[in-house]
Design a protein around this ligand. Structure first.
Ligand code: DGT
Ligand code: CA
Ligand code: CA
Ligand code: ZN
Length: 582
């Protein structure tokens, strides 16, 4: 498969990194880095530039590099990369994921200590073996250990979006089997956790062997971990593990409930059954005798709702099954009526080619309209975000003219003029008041200086939500799932300040963020804060990420009335310009 420009550049960068890992002459690695940079700055089409000889003339692109580029464009692979990848132990690459460990040091540790994997490095650190190396001290070693703990926490987990898409696809194909009478996703995907350990699929069938066989022979199965009539497990090429469980029709609701979890929810529900002289497990709900043994047939249940009803509970949506008060609410009729996808009328946080987006305002607006939105909020980056082509005041004037023209021309969608303003380290927004005043809304976000101490970082966000120009506090923790922890701040304090000032808080729907964390959403609602589910789309397809935001909103117990972007334009607009604005 051929690769595009981005693919070529990242291949060259990877080669540079691999060269460093092998301890090759630093000039060699630098040559590939320079080549990648030259291509990134090259405006034209690579293919044409290659054929026309223009690439060859670029500073930093030598003969051997040209060969690699040509091969990448033609075959999607480069001989140098293939060779290097084969030469380097996989564990060494894994080590690069440790925060603070670069290729040079990884090579050194490999060469001097024979360390070839994260586990080996951890062991070496615990044995204080690094202290013997020149340039490594107690502090470095402790820092590496902390970094290892950090990646351990995430290892083997996947983003909800990645796992969910693959899981839906598997379910759809298994469903084609004529022997399958019922099929559902279970586990953490069904509960819409932000990250997923493995995919769980439950099937009711009277042909278990045939269905299992179909499952383990899917093309993307890389390894069969287990294969039986009731349970099969595979690992997909993507590294995700999938568990398939096959049950008879009558136990399907019980098995679905059990394998949906969470474990904590199951535990409290099982206890509730026990208190009523019943036993709940994945096969059914049974009466017990004096010795505590299950007797007779299971209480019948067609679906999970009947299972809950048998325990005098209202139906608990899968998203809520985390033992965070759902049983109590289900008992007392206090479960929330959760937000539905159809409640959403638009979204505020989106980027265009004016900053770091891939599509024009018009393309974004039309895509939003195609999704049934009534409005799309445009919020490109502000001037401090130079790395993302943040907008200068005169850019803003021109952008607003473009939006005015588009709003006149386009029917059925309204574009709102916004900005994603950096929150400066002291908590101020990124423009003077006269510029801030020209927007319909402002999303204020932290994009740099993540290392401020807790007190300063908290004060920074508190000041931002107190600023009457701020409509929404964007991705409030700054976390990147599986990659970077949020910055250190007291979220309770930020939420309280937002509640007091009337500033909304974002639930950023980008599957890498899903920020504010769902666990904090009920707190925000309790403090009277409205939640803005933002797509943070950097291309038209990104608008569809809103589904992840909606999923996590539900997980955070949100009702439609808790969400800002369920409002129509007329109600929304005054909410965006808070009192106190000049
Ligand atoms: P994951 O895969 O780590 O994202 O999380 P889950 O919740 O999908 O966990 P998984 O795949 O290990 O198991 C699926 C469900 O099966 C889990 O949510 C609850 C149920 N389950 C598994 N093991 C146990 C157990 O030992 N006790 C109880 N009560 N339930 C269990
Ligand atoms: Ca799972
Ligand atoms: Ca599982
Ligand atoms: Zn942002």
């Amino acid at each position: 498969m051929a690769v595009d420009k981005k693919g070529v550049i990242s291949a060259l960068e990877e080669i540079a990194l691999l060269l460093e890992l092998t301890g090759a002459n630093p000039f060699k690695a630098r040559a590939f880095q320079n080549g990648a940079r030259a291509l990134a700055n090259y405006e034209g089409d690579l293919r044409a530039g290659l054929d026309g000889g223009e690439l060859a003339k670029l500073k930093g692109i030598g003969k051997s590099l040209l060969g690699e580029i040509k091969s990448l464009l033609e075959t999607g692979e480069s001989p140098a990369r293939v060779e290097l990848r084969a030469q380097i132990p996989a564990g060494l690459l894994e080590m690069l994921k440790i925060p603070g460990l670069g290729p040079k040091r990884a090579h050194e540790l490999h060469e001097k200590l024979g360390v070839e994997s994260v586990g080996e490095l951890e062991y070496a650190c615990k044995e204080n073996r690094l202290l013997k190396l020149p340039g490594y001290g107690e502090k470095t070693q402790a820092k590496l250990l902390k970094g290892i703990d950090y990646i351990r926490k995430f290892s083997g987990r996947h983003l909800l979006s990645d796992a969910w898409t693959r899981a839906d696809d598997l379910v759809e194909r298994l469903q084609q089997h004529p022997g399958v009478s019922r099929i559902e996703l279970a586990g953490s995907i069904r509960r819409r956790k932000e990250t997923i350990g493995d995919i769980d699929i439950l099937v009711a069938t009277d042909e278990p062997a045939a269905v299992s066989e179909m499952f383990v022979t899917f093309a993307e199965v890389e390894e069969i971990i287990g294969h039986g009539d009731t349970k099969s497990s595979v690992r997909l090429e993507s590294g995700i593990q999938v568990d398939l469980r096959v049950v008879p029709e009558q136990s399907f609701p019980f098995a679905l409930h059990y394998f949906t979890g969470s474990k904590e929810h199951n535990t409290v529900l099982r206890q509730r059954a026990k208190d009523r002289g019943l036993r709940l497990n994945e096969y059914g709900l049974f009466h017990v005798d004096d010795h505590g043994e299950a007797i007779g047939e299971s209480v019948a249940a067609m679906d999970e709702a009947e299972l809950f009803a048998a325990l005098d509970l209202a139906y608990i949506e899968p998203e809520l099954r985390e033992d965070r008060g759902e049983l109590l609410a289900a008992e007392s009729g206090a479960l929330p009526e959760l937000l539905q996808p159809g409640d959403i009328r638009g979204a505020l946080h989106n980027h265009s080619t004016w900053s770091d987006g891939a599509h024009s305002i018009e393309e974004m607006a039309r895509a939003a309209q195609a999704l049934g939105w009534e409005y799309i909020g445009l919020s490109d980056h502000s001037q401090t975000a130079f790395y993302a082509h943040g907008l200068k005041p005169d850019d803003i004037l021109r952008q607003h003219e473009e939006i005015d023209r588009l709003n006149e021309r386009l029917d059925g969608i309204v574009i709102l003029k916004g900005i994603e303003s950096d929150i400066l380290p002291g908590g101020a927004l990124d423009y003077d008041d006269d510029v801030l005043e020209s927007f319909d809304f402002i999303v204020a976000s932290v994009h740099g200086n993540f290392g401020l101490d807790r007190k300063k970082q908290t004060l920074r966000s508190v000041r931002a939500v107190q600023n009457p120009f701020t409509s929404v506090l964007g991705h409030p923790t700054g976390r990147l799932l599986l990659a970077r922890e949020g910055f250190d701040l007291d979220m309770d304090e930020v939420i309280a300040a937002a509640g007091e000032s009337g500033c909304a808080i974002e639930l950023n729907a980008n599957p890498h963020r899903l920020d504010l964390d769902w666990r904090d959403l009920p707190k925000a609602v309790k403090a009277g804060v409205k939640i803005s589910i933002g797509a943070d789309a950097h291309r038209t397809e990104g608008l569809k990420d809103l589904r992840y935001g909606i999923a996590l909103a539900r997980k955070g117990w949100l009702r439609a009335t808790d969400v800002l972007n369920v409002l129509g334009l007329a109600e929304l607009k005054p909410m965006l310009r808070r009192s106190g604005c000049p």
